[in-house]
Design a protein around this ligand. Sequence first.
Ligand SMILES: CC(C)(COP(=O)(O)OP(=O)(O)OC[C@H]1O[C@@H](n2cnc3c(N)ncnc32)[C@H](O)[C@@H]1OP(=O)(O)O)[C@@H](O)C(=O)NCCC(=O)NCCS
Length: 218
Amino acid sequence: MPVAQTKTKPKLVIYGCGGHGKVVADIALACGLAVEGFLDDRALEGKRVFDLPILGGSGWLEMRRSEVSVALGIGENRARCRIYKLCERLGMTPITLIHPTASVAASAQVGAGVVIMAQAVINPDARVGNGAIINSGAIVEHDCELGAFAHLSPNATLGGAVRIGALTHLGLAASVLPGKTVGEETVVGAGAVVTADVPPRVVVTGVPARVQRQLETT
Ligand SMILES: CC(C)(COP(=O)(O)OP(=O)(O)OC[C@H]1O[C@@H](n2cnc3c(N)ncnc32)[C@H](O)[C@@H]1OP(=O)(O)O)[C@@H](O)C(=O)NCCC(=O)NCCS
């Protein structure tokens, strides 16, 4: 499977120490990587998250960038995108983590800084953009295209050849019927079933999914 992967340095730090960061750290440990600790910009250094230290924030990474690899541990799409870009400015490429129980087809393409969680499935010829999250049990069927920094929540399901725009979030157990497109920066509510194309920057909910409101353009 072509996975964008930089050479992993001996030590790994997880950027983001909230609930999502904890799951990302757990995947890294399950992959046998040496996790040095977490980074967070909320001045939490000295605290610990399941026995791993919070080391500092972006300043720490700037000082130690030659020694460590970074995995993205932030669930919120825009914040994760900002940290990815910070890493790029520091000359680093966040690593991609794939839980040992996930199934990723040999012909799927997975970008940099992606996290694929336990029991997720990525089927043949799917493409997953940089910094995307495929959460626990989510399914990306054959020929799908998932934009950069998109997030499929646990048990979300994409039928074949679905396109999901960059920075879009599918809630818990949301589904998209085969061949449909969901625009950029859109939110698909938990449990929704998308039966028709969805425009960018809206919130949709329900079965079938209907636009609930527009989101502000930033
Ligand atoms: C759809 C969603 C984004 C709406 O959030 P919101 O704008 O804050 O909306 P509110 O919670 O104020 O709810 C507004 C209305 O929509 C309804 N609603 C909220 N989420 C809904 C959903 N998923 N499906 C159907 N209706 C929903 C609420 O009941 C409420 O209805 P009411 O006005 O009749 O009382 C959010 O509820 C959601 O589903 N987010 C996904 C969360 C998720 O799966 N996270 C996973 C993290 S891993």
